[in-house]
Design a protein around this ligand. Structure first.
Ligand SMILES: NC(=O)c1ccc[n+]([C@@H]2O[C@H](COP(=O)([O-])OP(=O)(O)OC[C@H]3O[C@@H](n4cnc5c(N)ncnc54)[C@H](OP(=O)(O)O)[C@@H]3O)[C@@H](O)[C@H]2O)c1
Length: 287
């Protein structure tokens, strides 16, 4: 059966990778990949109309309001994109027998302790971005039965705005960088997220929340060191700092470790280590 698949956020990190993979692997499927100019996702009535016209069987919602600090002040837009939009998608999917895949975040947890979070752990976001993402997850669970909520962390890719690209740019501009060393998590490439999403769909993984991140853990400083170890050129001096000395409008969790047992069990395999995924991502980087 030909499927109609809507991918949102295809100019972003994860959405772009999903689009690329699906274009390569599923020539029979109809892909809908509207960008912001075609469909502004904050205009919920227009989104409803779009769904009515196009009738997708599968929605891969990689669009989000991801400017974490800006979300503290631009609350309404963050809520529209991160809560109301997934709710609308969930309601559509339930009414039309469609499936929803949605991306969420480690920021739904409060960052205490050192244990990797499990999907069943209590949530307590520290900032408005995390709150809007959590409310999006809850709205999906309340309105839809056929869904995957994939909570990921520290997303990067060779394109777009992310830590990897920021480090490589700053290395051209500065000889010294100060980087926080007390937030713990696993840097996760967008390409790995996209590929694993398709694997979950292929095996028809049961509806629910899954942690989808690279294995292992590091800090932002550790991530920077791993990047500069692998790229040629001038390496800036890296100084360690602490989150409390680097104030930002939105509070960040210190513990973003995600327990991967559930997704590993579903897929029947272990997750690659973040350093191996970094190596692969840098290998794929265009000169
Ligand atoms: N980045 C991370 O470190 C991280 C960590 C944990 C979870 N996540 C989650 O993972 C998912 C994917 O993140 P990402 O890093 O791939 O995001 P991203 O690169 O910031 O991309 C966001 C996408 O949403 C689109 N978008 C935003 N507002 C829109 C609007 N009004 N109308 C239409 N499109 C709009 C953007 O379009 P424009 O290009 O036009 O702005 C872009 O394509 C999100 O759900 C995010 O919350 C991300």
């Amino acid at each position: 059966m030909t499927k109609t698949i809507l991918i949102t956020g295809t100019t972003g990190q994860v959405g772009h990778e999903l689009k690329t993979l699906l274009e390569q692997s599923n020539p029979n499927h109809q892909l809908l990949t509207p960008n912001r100019q075609h469909l502004d996702l904050t205009r919920l009535n227009e989104v409803k109309q779009y769904l009515r016209e196009k009738q997708p069987n599968l929605i891969l919602n990689a669009a989000a309001y991801t400017a974490v600090d800006q979300a503290e002040t631009d609350r309404e837009t963050a809520t529209l994109l991160n809560t109301q939009l997934p709710e609308l998608f969930a309601t559509y999917c339930q009414a039309h027998g469609a499936q929803l895949v949605h991306y969420s975040t480690d920021y739904v947890y409060n960052g205490t302790g050192t244990k990797p979070w499990q999907e069943t752990d209590p949530t307590e976001p520290l900032n408005h971005y995390g709150q809007t993402k959590l409310e999006g997850d809850l709205a999906i669970q309340q309105n839809c039965t056929n869904y995957l909520i994939l909570r990921t962390s520290w997303v990067y890719s060779n394109r777009g705005k992310n830590f990897l690209n920021t480090m490589l740019r700053l290395a051209q501009e500065r000889t010294e960088l100060s980087i926080v060393n007390d937030q713990h998590g696993a840097p996760t490439p967008a390409s790995y997220i996209a590929q694993t999403t398709l694997e979950l769909l292929n095996i028809q993984a049961p509806s629910g929340i899954y942690h989808l991140a690279a294995a292992g853990e590091t800090t932002w400083l550790g991530f920077a060191e791993a990047i500069f170890k692998r790229v040629e050129g001038q390496t800036p001096e890296l100084d360690r700092t602490q989150t409390q000395h680097y104030p930002t409008p939105a509070k960040r969790p210190l513990n973003s470790r995600l327990n991967l047992a559930k997704i590993e069990q579903a897929l029947g395999k272990t997750t690659p280590h973040w350093e191996d995924l970094l190596q692969q991502t840098l290998k794929d980087r265009q000169p």
